[in-house]
Write a protein that binds this ligand. Structure first.
Ligand code: B12
Length: 213
């Protein structure tokens, strides 16, 4: 069993991006039969929230957030198969992809890790994803379709996806983000929410699902 001190060490290890310590502590918790859902919710997700807040406040930058996300992922990799066996319900089902023509995926990958850390089940469609593939993901039961674009030239693809999904009659919500995206663009194309960064993506997905204001 992890003591309170061990849990503090786990929290700090995630914030500091110390993947080895995260893997060691989470493995010990698993071997001891500790409730991993609780550990995720009470210790690990708050650590990612903390690093996300520091990032939003300009106190840490992308490299620190990437190593923290990688450390978190090390722990999630151990927890995921165990939680999948139990009746642990995900907060929601989300799919994400960089839109057609866009090969940038560093930001998208951060968003994936943040969403997983917040308890969402995430289907990552990768890069250069066309409208039909997003519509098929909605048909598979994803409640939110997240679109990422980094280029001025690929930004209009987001409008195309929203139009395609509407015509296909899907009820899934659409959340968009990426360096060239703004709230006013989201409003203009009829997307349900916009997120500025990875923590903002979690908020946007929650807003789209009516789980946050
Ligand atoms: C790394 C990089 C590349 C790498 C990508 C590697 C990879 N695996 O991703 C490579 C070298 C392949 C590349 C290629 C190109 N790139 Co480039 N690239 C960059 C660079 C330097 C960094 C992008 C990045 O990773 N940022 C860090 C991440 C963490 O930030 P982010 O992506 O913005 O994501 C955050 C938010 O936007 C948000 N977010 C992201 N996605 C989503 C999704 C949702 C749903 C939500 C809610 C939020 C969200 O959360 C993320 C985390 O906080 C930028 C410059 C820059 N400083 O942005 C140029 C940049 C984006 N690239 C640019 C260009 C022009 C190109 C090329 C066309 C160059 C060329 N002539 O070949 C090609 C296009 C390739 C293609 N078809 O996509 C331009 C785009 C200009 C424009 N406005 O159109 C930029 C801005 C450089 C510049 N100043 O000119 N690039």
């Amino acid at each position: 069993m992890l003591s309170e001190d061990d849990k503090d060490e786990l929290f700090d290890a995630i914030c500091d991006g110390d993947r080895e310590t995260v893997v060691e502590l989470v493995s010990r918790a698993r071997d001891d039969g500790q409730n991993l859902g609780e550990l995720l919710k009470d210790t690990m997700i708050p650590a990612m929230t903390e690093i996300g807040n520091q990032f939003s406040a300009g106190e840490v930058f992308v490299p620190e957030m990437l190593v923290a996300a990688r450390a978190m992922q090390g722990g999630i990799n151990i927890i995921e198969p165990i939680l999948a066996q139990t009746d642990h319900e995900p907060v929601g089902r989300v799919c994400i992809g960089s839109v057609k023509g866009d090969l940038h995926d560093i930001g998208k990958n951060l968003v994936v890790m943040m969403l997983k850390g917040a308890g969402f089940e995430v289907e990552d469609l990768g890069v250069d994803v066309g409208s039909a593939a997003f519509a098929e993901a909605a048909e598979r039961g994803n409640q939110v379709i997240c679109l990422s674009a980094l280029l001025t030239t690929t930004k209009p693809q987001m409008g195309e996806v929203v139009k395609y999904l509407k015509e296909a009659g899907t009820t899934a919500k659409v959340v968009i983000g990426g360096a060239v995206i703004t709230q006013s663009y989201a409003d203009a194309i009829g997307a349900d929410a916009f997120g500025e960064d990875a923590p903002g993506a979690v908020n946007a997905v929650k807003r789209a699902l009516g789980l946050a204001n």
